[in-house]
Design a protein around this ligand. Structure first.
Ligand code: SAM
Length: 217
C-alpha cells in the first residue's frame, strides 16, 4: 500500500492512490457479479442514449473516465475529452485502447476542468456523485460540468428513495456511498443553471443507481 498520508487530496478527498493494477482491472472487478453486470449494461445503454442526443459531430466530455468503460461509445464523436483525477486510470486507458487523434486523455479534477466555457455538447459523469459528501462539492461539480457544456449534462447519483437504501437503513447495515433524494439533486441542478430532461429509471424501486440528463437553461 502506498503511503499517501502527506499527499494532497483532491476536491473529493481522494488521494491519487489507485495502483496501476487496480486501475487496469477496475471495470472487470467492479462489474463481476450478475447484479453488477446488469447495472453495467444499464449504464452503457444510458451512455448510448445520451450519445444519440448529440451525435457523431459532437464534442463530448467523459469525467471521470475511469479505465475507459465508455470509450467505444464516445470515441465515435468528432472530439472526446476523457478525464480522471487518477493518473493510473488515465494510464490504464492509454494502455487499453489505441487512442484516436480525436481523443484527449487528461488527468483533471472535476471541480476545476482545464476546458473553456461551452466547449462540449455533452458533459458525462458516471459513478462519481455518490462519492461526494456535501452539497457544496456536488454543486461545484455540477457548475463545472455545466460551464464546459453548451447543451447537455448527464450524470448518475444514488437515489435514497429505493428499497435497497430503506432496507439497509432499517437493518442498521453498512451503507457505502452517499445517497440523496432526487429533489435535492434537482435543487442543486437548478442552482447550477440546469433543468432536467429525463431520468433512468423513471422510478427507483430496488436499485439506487439513477441517471439523469439535464440541459442548460
Ligand atoms: C467509480 S469510478 C467511475 C469511473 C467511470 N466513470 C465508470 O463509470 O466506469 C470513479 C472514478 O472517479 C475518479 N475521481 C475521483 N475523484 C475525482 C475528481 N475529483 N475528479 C475527477 N475524477 C475523480 C477516480 O479516480 C475513479 O476513476
Amino acid at each position: 500500500m502506498p503511503d499517501n498520508s502527506s499527499r494532497p487530496s483532491n476536491s473529493l478527498g481522494l488521494v491519487n492512490s489507485a495502483d496501476f493494477d487496480t486501475a487496469k482491472n477496475y471495470d472487470q472487478n467492479r462489474f463481476a457479479s450478475r447484479r453488477m453486470k446488469k447495472l453495467d449494461e444499464f449504464e452503457r445503454q444510458f451512455a448510448r442514449y445520451v450519445y444519440t442526443l448529440v451525435g457523431d459531430d459532437a464534442a463530448v466530455l467523459d469525467v471521470p473516465c475511469g479505465n475507459g468503460r465508455f470509450y467505444d461509445i464516445f470515441s465515435q464523436a468528432k472530439h472526446v475529452t476523457m478525464a480522471d483525477y487518477s493518473e493510473n486510470m488515465v494510464k490504464a486507458c492509454r494502455e487499453r485502447y489505441a487512442i484516436g487523434t480525436n481523443v484527449d486523455l487528461i488527468q483533471a479534477d472535476i471541480t476545476s476542468l482545464p476546458l473553456v466555457d461551452c466547449s462540449v455538447d455533452l458533459s458525462f459523469c458516471m459513478r462519481l456523485f455518490h462519492h461526494m459528501k456535501t452539497d457544496e462539492i456536488r454543486l461545484a461539480a455540477m457548475k463545472e460540468l455545466a460551464r464546459v457544456s453548451r447543451k447537455y449534462v448527464a450524470l448518475s447519483f444514488y437515489n435514497s428513495h429505493c428499497l435497497r437504501y430503506f432496507r439497509k437503513t432499517l437493518l442498521g447495515k453498512k451503507i457505502s456511498g452517499v445517497y440523496i433524494p432526487f429533489m435535492q439533486l434537482l435543487k442543486l441542478a437548478d442552482a447550477a443553471g440546469l433543468e432536467c430532461v429525463s431520468r433512468r429509471p423513471q422510478l427507483n424501486i430496488v436499485e439506487q443507481q439513477c441517471m439523469v440528463v439535464f440541459k442548460k437553461k
